[in-house]
Design a protein around this ligand. Structure first.
Ligand code: ADP
Ligand code: MG
Length: 254
């Protein structure tokens, strides 16, 4: 059975707003899937249903063979650790530095001090931000903060990354960087589901694309889209990012 199964899932927000209309799809472990569609079409709702932040009105959702509607309240925190979540409207806490923002997550999972340090530095290394561990969020650019938030999402070693409009607030360069990083995460075996309304980004990534229209799934295409100009920019940013990471690893002996 696939890692994620939506089986005729309908979501109605009371009293009568039909947001998702009998949506069915399956996602295998390690896939990278874009969810696209106009604003208000139900992309965020799908991601929230999956991590049980919302409940389906009818139909069933399975994650690793388990019908998630059967999860008990006390099982939810553990279940949610399967997911790393990044959303465009997330921010770091302003009253503490990058390291301490991440430490908070480790504390809430009960990880030891030593274990925390290793995992935090590892997560910051994955997004090329080790050198900014002691900075405060207000000393970061929007793109840098987004990278820290991605690191935060990866701290619990999730199996699935849910990225809700991860590039929505970013300038084009930072948006390519973010997509690159998310692609790296996927190459490390983590399933990625990303919502986006950036046609150019989705085109160049050449991934599976689920398209929603008015709450209905209208297409499911493998390796969708292609744009050669966008590919040049993507590759350029990729190389720059690799160089940066290498430099940092050398400097911080990581
Ligand atoms: N908690 C909620 N209560 C009522 N309506 C909601 C709620 N969350 C989302 N909606 C509505 O559901 C629709 C789909 O929202 P959403 O899933 O956020 O779409 P998208 O992410 O594609 O922009 C919208 O019309 C939105 O207003
Ligand atoms: Mg949304």
């Amino acid at each position: 059975m696939a890692q994620i199964v939506f089986d005729h899932v309908t979501k109605i927000f009371e009293p009568d707003e039909l947001v998702l209309d009998e949506i069915s799809f399956q996602i295998e472990k390690g896939e990278f899937v874009f969810l696209i569609g106009k604003s208000g079409v139900g992309k965020s709702s799908i991601l929230k249903l999956l991590s049980r932040q919302e409940e389906a009105s009818s139909g069933r959702i399975f994650v690793e063979q388990k019908d998630i509607s059967l999860l008990k309240r006390k099982e939810l925190p553990y279940f949610r650790r399967k997911f790393g979540i990044v959303q465009a409207d997330m921010r770091c806490l302003r009253d503490r530095n990058v390291y301490d923002n991440l430490l908070l997550v480790m504390r809430s999972c009960g990880v030891s001090h030593r274990g925390s340090k290793r995992r935090i530095m590892e997560a910051l290394g994955r997004v090329g931000m080790i050198h900014m561990a002691e900075r405060y969020p207000q000393e970061l650019s929007v793109g840098e903060e987004a990278r820290v938030l991605l690191a935060r999402a990866l701290l619990t070693e999730p199996e699935i990354l849910l990225a809700d409009e991860p590039t929505a607030n970013l300038d084009p360069d930072s948006a390519w960087d973010m997509m690159n990083l998310i692609n790296d995460v996927n190459h490390q075996g983590i399933t990625v589901i990303a919502s986006s309304h950036s046609v150019e980004l989705v085109n160049i990534m050449h991934k599976r694309v689920l398209t929603l229209v008015e709450g209905m799934l209208v297409s499911d295409e493998k390796n969708a889209g292609y744009s050669s100009k966008a590919l040049d920019i993507f590759e350029e940013r990729r190389v720059q990012q690799l160089r940066e990471k290498k430099k940092q690893r050398k400097k911080y002996d990581f």
